[in-house]
Design a protein around this ligand. Structure first.
Ligand code: HPA
Length: 246
């Protein structure tokens, strides 16, 4: 059994164009996923869609049950996941409105349930995370973006902070020195959990604001939302192009 999963974030609480054929309410050993997982047809393919923040969006980044979300998709036979994340832009190319398909990440989160290894399996779960995103799925996304003429950056470092507050200007400067191109709050531990279950995982970052200290305006949710509305259309086109290749 194989299946394709999409985890939507802020601004992508539903997948426009998904003809929903069923909903799966899955209890996992790690608790409840953020909401029922929608199964449906999207671009003539079966897709499982989960909104990370629940519906209506309420679960903040540090309280998302990432383990239950990834486990539930795994139970449905999902072996490829694209995670969609709203982020702030750090490097000059990462202007609001830009899409990034990152190839690396740095995890600044803390205190999240970040592994399925609870120590009683009798073996150590040292998964290789040198390349945190699945190369084949990432390249498929990059090809899809090219085919659909979607302006994007095909490599970059996704820094993931704890939230829910935004960063200080000094934290963003430190992240820039670390080599981060964008900053978001939801990319981890999702990517690592998928790797532990051998699920191919890749990510699309939608830049919705200049990161703290880099723009002229105060950072507000309204500012982010207005960009998100436009970017959600582009992400949808990207996913259609991706599934065209599948
Ligand atoms: N920082 C962290 N997470 C975010 C941001 C940001 O600037 N914008 C959207 N998600």
């Amino acid at each position: 059994m194989s299946g394709f999963g999409i985890i939507g974030g802020t601004g992508l609480d539903q997948l426009e164009g998904l003809e929903v054929t069923g909903e799966h309410q899955i209890a996992t050993p790690f608790g409840q996923p953020s909401r029922a997982i929608q199964e449906g047809r999207f671009n003539n393919q079966t897709v499982f869609f989960l909104h990370r923040h629940g519906s209506p969006a309420a679960v903040p980044p540090h309280l998302v049950n990432y383990r239950a979300n990834v486990w539930a998709l795994h139970c449905l036979g999902v072996d490829r996941i694209v995670g969609i994340n709203a982020v702030g832009g750090i490097t000059p190319a990462m202007r609001p409105g830009r899409l990034l398909i990152p190839d690396q990440l740095i995890d600044y989160t803390w205190g999240r349930d970040h592994t399925f290894d609870n120590g009683d399996s009798g073996s150590l779960l040292h998964v290789d995370f040198t390349e945190p995103y699945d190369r084949t799925l990432r390249m498929a996304l990059v090809n899809a973006a090219q085919m659909a003429n979607i302006t994007h950056e095909s490599t970059g470092v996704h820094g993931v902070t704890q939230g829910p507050r935004l960063e200080t200007a000094a934290e963003v400067q430190r992240m820039a020195r670390d080599g981060c191109d964008v900053v978001g709050m939801t990319g981890m531990p999702e990517a690592a959990l998928a790797r532990e279950l051998d699920i191919a995982y890749a990510c699309v970052c939608m830049v919705v604001n200049p990161a703290a200290g880099l723009g002229n305006l105060p950072l507000t949710l309204d500012m982010m939302r207005s960009i998100l509305v436009q970017e959600a259309f582009v992400v949808r086109a990207l996913l259609v192009a991706l599934l065209d290749q599948a």
